[in-house]
Design a protein around this ligand. Structure first.
Ligand SMILES: Cc1cc2nc3c(=O)[nH]c(=O)nc-3n(C[C@H](O)[C@H](O)[C@H](O)COP(=O)(O)O)c2cc1C
Length: 410
């Protein structure tokens, strides 16, 4: 199952766009192609659809359309230069932090090349590099530039390794006088694509997501924990919020910025996580247990630092199995849907299907530790109580997030 590219957008005609993107904070990047004149119309449509639009332009883009035009349409100052300080000295970090999604239209061949190689040589590239949400780009260029293996390689890298999505250029007459593929998708197509991506299909739903590790204290300085980064849970929470759900993110200690639009409950230990889940589970439509909850905790937490000789004899007691507890609590009920995660180092299928049955849950997302820990990508198999398993390639965690949320939506 792969995330689609958006080349078939023509069938999504413009309808009533009022407020379809309400609450979205969109970073609109404009780079230096002739199609930059269309960005003004795109900006207007996004604002009309209810989005907050922060435009950022490359210096080349200013040869084609003025920042004043974009500033007037978006109602916000438009940063262009790396050291321009339009919104303060750290706009290359602050602007990406505020945004839910980045749309770059048009995206020049050179901008794509810069991003594919991780360059941060100008403001728009730096912002793109610093942005950790979904990026959607509408490339536009001469047909030969587009078909050039270098550009195709960059597109592939950005799609496969960085998780970007592209609104493919249309074929037709180009500004350079030739005919072929390379004309930027129309603003209305780009808007329709965004509306499709930023679906509000989960609105009205309450989704509880747990993320990160738990930390089981031994004494004031030592603890037992694991290497869970929290990235998958945070990606799911972020996508669920963008798709309109009321999200409660129960998070163990991680070094990630909580996604916009989520109610975040910070916990430390498995016991704290269990009581937070218990407090929020009634009334939830789905509970997605991504957290790597420690199986055991020290029987007592010493107030003083434990002396070295005693460290090899710490008595451990089992933590509650939160997922199994939920399976028991909601047995025979259709709500909430319960989804667990299983990280294995071997025998994935046997272990995952066993857990699915034993814990009485609806689905289990299983992956190999070597495929999943800490990175931005993963490869999973989803085992369902009712249905055939779904296997993915290596995919960005944001893409996995949508896959899991689609199960809930269905
Ligand atoms: C008239 C004119 C039109 C251009 N149109 C495009 C275009 O449509 N797509 C493209 O990739 N580059 C185009 N270029 C080249 C880019 O402007 C150039 O590669 C520039 O360095 C891109 O900078 P940027 O990526 O920072 O915006 C054009 C150049 C000129 C002079």
């Amino acid at each position: 199952m792969r995330f689609h590219d958006f080349h078939d957008t023509t069938r999504f005609g413009m309808t009533d766009n009022i407020n379809t993107l309400k609450g979205m904070h969109i970073l609109l990047g404009v780079t230096g192609g002739i199609a930059a004149y269309k960005s003004a119309e795109l900006c207007r449509l996004l604002v009309k659809a209810g989005a907050t639009v922060q435009v950022v332009m490359s210096e080349s883009a200013c040869e084609f359309i003025t920042p004043l035009t974009m500033e007037t349409l978006s109602g916000r100052p438009v940063p262009v230069r790396m050291f321009g300080r339009t919104r303060g000295p750290l706009e290359h970090i602050d602007l990406p932090t505020e945004a839910d999604i980045m749309v770059v239209a048009p995206a020049t061949a050179d901008y794509l090349a810069r991003c594919a190689t991780g360059r941060a040589c100008d403001l728009i590239s730096s912002i793109t590099l610093a942005f950790d949400g979904p990026v959607i780009a509408a490339p536009a260029m001469n047909t030969n530039m587009y078909n050039n293996p270098a550009t195709q390689r960059n597109l592939k890298t950005l799609r496969d390794a960085h998780g970007w999505q592209f609104i493919e250029p249309n074929a037709g007459e180009l500004a350079c006088g030739t005919t072929g593929k390379g004309r930027m998708a129309e603003p209305s197509q780009i808007l329709a694509t965004l509306q499709r991506l930023v679906k509000t299909d989960l609105s009205g739903m309450t989704i509880v997501v747990t993320a990160g590790p738990t930390v089981e204290d031994i004494d004031p300085v030592r603890y037992i924990s694991n290497r869970s980064s929290g990235k998958t849970g945070y990606a799911i929470a972020s996508r669920a919020a963008i798709r309109g759900a009321h999200v409660i993110l129960i998070s163990g200690p991680v070094s990630l910025t909580p996604p916009a639009g989520c109610n975040v409950v910070q916990v430390r230990s498995a016991l704290e996580m269990a009581s937070a889940v218990d407090a929020h589970s009634d009334g939830a439509d789905a509970i997605i247990m991504c957290a790597a909850v420690a199986d055991y905790r020290p029987a007592t937490v010493s107030r003083e630092k434990v002396k070295k000789p005693q460290l090899s004899h710490i008595e451990l007691v089992p933590n509650p199995d939160i997922l199994a507890g939920l399976g028991q609590k909601y047995k025979g009920q259709t709500k909430p849907m319960l989804i667990g995660f299983a990280l294995e180092t071997e025998n994935i299928e046997t272990n995952a299907t066993q857990k699915l049955k034993q814990k009485g849950i609806d689905a289990i997302v299983s992956n190999l530790a070597s495929d999943a820990l800490e990175g931005d990508h993963t490869r999973v198999t989803v085992y369902l109580k009712n249905g055939n398993p779904i296997q993915t390639d290596v995919i960005p965690k944001l893409q996995l997030a949508d896959l899991v949320l689609n199960l809930i939506h269905q």
